[in-house]
Design a protein around this ligand. Structure first.
Ligand code: SF4
Length: 325
């Protein structure tokens, strides 16, 4: 908390990490320097013009694609060294429930709701035996609360009856649980069991297409295509990096290209705002100096100046609720 003043609104993504920031700064200052006495306007305009988007890699060889993809991931690892799942959880049961609840809402809203749920129903047995109306009341803020109540009670019954009250650590078992698809299963495997998994959510799909890592449209095919570009051991962190970048900088409607540290590597540079100042205003969460989504984020995030999310009922920052979760 002490460091929370660090990422003020002006603290762009480019301030945290030396390597990409330097790169951006280098390219951003070259042109105006050539033109004598750069005025305010020339500086602003020159910066994005200096970013040379990566060539659209239409005929890119397989080796070049693998190299480019891994380089982007390495840069993202420097930009988000503290990347983590953005759902609060203390064990695999809490994680699987929170992931199911995160459908159609933000992680923030789930994190604001689950403390009450888990305080009242700490185990699968407790939730399996719960009164649905009471659970509905707790889950109301997450939207679709009746369907979600059914899912989490059903899931808890399956855990109690078929898995001895434990969350299974195998993909084939997890996907048999009510409300659990491959995406949820990989979140659980990767973050509660340390088994590598790629999480293909809406951000992941959008970004890997922008980077031309794959043309596939279906999540399963995207997962296979992207998975083949990286060693298995990278999969979980890769998922965090890509999703974090999608939530903070490379937004669906207005990507903040002008404040994006990987702009020089991106074939889609220019799809969003290229003016650095305007782009900086689009940054979200810790990159824009706003609270994150977790009420209890990991220490590394706090050490990097991250701010915990506010509890339910407290005024939410626009950055926390914007974009899909
Ligand atoms: S913000 Fe722009 S430059 Fe950065 S990854 Fe997204 S599209 Fe590419």
């Amino acid at each position: 908390m002490r460091k929370t003043t660090a990422p003020t609104k002006k603290a762009s993504a480019t301030t945290k990490k030396a390597a990409p920031a330097k790169k951006a700064a280098r390219t951003a200052t070259k042109a105006p320097a050539k033109k004598a006495t750069p005025t305010k306007t020339t500086t602003k305009k020159a910066a994005p013009a200096e970013v040379t988007p990566a060539k659209p890699p239409r005929n890119e060889s397989r080796t070049a694609l693998v190299r480019r993809a891994r380089r982007i991931n390495r840069e993202l690892a420097e930009i988000y060294p503290y990347a983590h799942p953005e759902l609060d959880f203390e064990n695999s049961f809490q994680l699987v429930i929170a992931t199911v609840l995160s459908a159609q809402t933000t992680d923030l809203r789930v994190n604001q709701t689950t403390p009450t749920l888990f305080a009242k129903y700490p185990t699968p047995e407790d939730l399996a035996a719960a009164n649905p109306e009471e659970v509905e009341e707790i889950l109301r803020p997450t939207g679709f609360f009746r369907a979600k109540t059914k899912s989490v009670i059903g899931l808890s019954k399956a855990l109690r009856d078929d898995f001895g009250g434990e969350v299974p650590g195998r993909l084939e078992d997890l996907v048999k649980l009510p409300g659990v698809g491959r995406k949820t299963a990989f979140v659980v495997l990767g973050n509660a069991f340390g088994r590598p998994g790629i999480t293909v959510d809406t951000h992941f799909q959008r970004l890997v297409r922008r980077w031309q890592w794959t043309d596939e449209k279906e999540p399963d095919k995207i997962e296979a295509a992207v998975g083949a570009l990286f060693p298995k051991s990278d999969w979980t962190d890769l998922s965090h990096h890509v999703i974090w970048h999608g939530r903070r900088i490379c937004h669906a409607r207005k990507p903040a290209c002008g404040a994006c540290p990987i702009a020089p590597l991106c074939p889609a540079y220019g799809e969003g705002e290229t003016d650095p100042e305007k782009a900086r205003k689009l940054l979200k969460y810790e990159k824009g100096g706003f609270p994150g989504q977790r009420l209890k984020p990991p220490q590394a995030y706090l050490d990097a100046g991250g701010i915990p999310a506010p509890p339910l009922g407290a005024p939410a920052s626009s950055a926390s609720s914007a974009d899909s979760g």
